[in-house]
Design a binder for this molecule. Structure first.
Ligand SMILES: CC(C)(COP(=O)(O)OP(=O)(O)OC[C@H]1O[C@@H](n2cnc3c(N)ncnc32)[C@H](O)[C@@H]1OP(=O)(O)O)[C@@H](O)C(=O)NCCC(=O)NCCS
Length: 159
């Protein structure tokens, strides 16, 4: 039997207005709402009111050919040294195919982020994000806080 290993992501690029727009338009209301821990966010609402968050900080897009399929944002905390806030969004039709895992390894796996703490806040009912954060390979993870249906995880990347 022959095993075919599919490589979905072909490259990485910095987010632009154009890639963010394509990505958001390919996402469901559910995924967009989970990304912002909010309710009923349509692509139009996200692009009108929340676009700046998708371009914030280190904003890395995973490309599958000419198509943007995932976005990672890292916004460094000005009050806590070597601490950064993580957010992820992967388009629905390629979820569970390793895009977020690849984004994490690409953006956080190198020496520049060694010794950093990565913080992510997700809704408690966001099973995909909770599972991803608990099983990622960057470093040990702990539940830092749980409040009003939101969980904040902290990943300690080894120095
Ligand atoms: C959460 C999210 C980013 C995961 O992206 P992804 O590319 O599908 O994740 P990966 O394929 O890299 O999955 C890695 C691991 O995460 C866990 N996981 C991902 N999706 C899951 C799901 N639907 N159910 C259970 N576990 C899941 C699994 O442990 C998975 O490993 P496995 O497939 O070997 O079992 C994606 O579902 C998404 O964009 N959701 C909407 C936005 C969001 O919730 N963002 C996070 C808050 S900032």
């Amino acid at each position: 039997m022959t095993t075919v290993i599919e490589r979905l992501v072909t490259g990485w690029t910095s987010a632009t207005d154009a890639t963010v727009q394509m990505l958001v338009r390919a996402c469901s209301v559910r995924s967009l709402s989970e990304r912002f821990a909010a309710h009923r966010l349509t692509p139009d609402v996200v692009l009108t009111r929340h676009r700046h968050w998708l371009l914030a900080g280190d904003a890395v897009v995973a490309m599958a050919g000419a198509r943007p399929v995932g976005l990672l944002n890292l916004v460094d905390d000005p009050l806590r040294p070597r601490t950064t806030d993580l957010a992820l969004l992967v388009v629905d039709d390629v979820q569970r195919r390793g895009v977020a895992t690849g984004l994490l390894a690409h953006a956080l796996g190198g020496p520049a982020r060694a010794g950093w703490t990565v913080r992510a806040t997700v809704r408690a009912d966001n099973r995909a994000a909770v599972a991803l954060l608990r099983t990622q390979a960057l470093g040990p993870v702990r539940l830092a806080s749980s409040d009003a249906g939101e969980l904040t995880y902290e990943i300690a990347i080894p120095a």
